[in-house]
Design a protein. Structure first.
Length: 237
């Protein structure tokens, strides 16, 4: 379930509820102009009235909220310069500049809300092009334990098939199911600096590393260089 509100301050009053929202994700950019399709809008007349009224004062920014089963907001997508391009029955098309999450984020969040995530490797239910969405989802919900030091980690190259899968597997080895520890090389470096619950890693055992080396190519060398820069011993098997 989704809801819409205008950006009116600390407390944004929900204007209407929506069953489904299409086109909320992008794998090309973090923000951009886009049309969103709102399906099964509970009160289309109120939605249209509030947006048109806000546009008269140039204050037509708002949010698409994702709700849990209790109707509480668990995630919000910001949209600026909102306008209604089409309205037919209970389906509304909004246009505006959308602050995107990567493809797969909404699916991951639904899995979480529907209690479909148990144990490790649930990210494998997603398509390869949805794994960045999983990683951003994991970053939002991971609650790292107090800073830990001198960790010993095991990475299995047979668990993943691309660089995104490597970060999914690494995050779970460090923080457990749905754990996060970077989603690209820059974020991995930030995490190793102590920004995500780990002060230091002493040793990483990387089994099936030849498979990883073949899959990741130059990224394998770059990741190894990052580990070396933090004085992490890597045992390749």
């Amino acid at each position: 379930m989704f809801a819409f509100s205008l950006d009116t301050g600390p407390e944004n009053n929900l204007i209407t509820f929506i069953s489904e929202v299409r086109n909320l994700e992008s794998d090309r950019s973090n923000t951009g102009y886009r049309k969103l399709r709102l399906i099964n809008v509970q009160d289309t007349a109120k939605l249209k009235y509030e947006i048109e009224k806000a546009a008269l004062t140039y204050d037509h920014n708002g949010f698409i909220h994702m709700l849990d089963a209790n109707g509480s907001v668990i995630h919000s997508t910001f949209i600026s310069s909102i306008s209604i391009s089409k309205c037919k029955r209970n389906t509304v098309c909004l246009s505006g500049y959308v602050w995107f999450k990567p493809k797969g984020f909404q699916r991951s969040l639904r899995m979480y809300l529907n209690n479909e995530i148990s144990g490790k490797d649930c990210w494998k239910k997603l398509n390869r092009d949805e794994l960045q969405g999983w990683l951003v989802f994991a970053m939002h919900i991971t609650q790292p334990r107090p800073d830990r030091e001198n960790l010993f980690i095991r990475i299995d190259g047979s668990r993943f098939h691309n660089e995104d899968g490597f970060y999914c597997a690494l995050g779970e080895e460090i923080h457990g199911s749905t754990g996060y520890f970077g989603r690209n090389k820059g974020a991995l470096t930030d995490c190793l600096r102590g920004s995500f619950g780990v002060k230091s890693i002493s040793e990483i055992t990387w089994v099936n590393h030849q498979r990883s080396k073949k899959l990741l190519k130059r990224n394998f060398t770059d990741i190894m260089a990052i580990f070396e820069s933090f004085h992490i011993r890597v045992i390749l098997k």
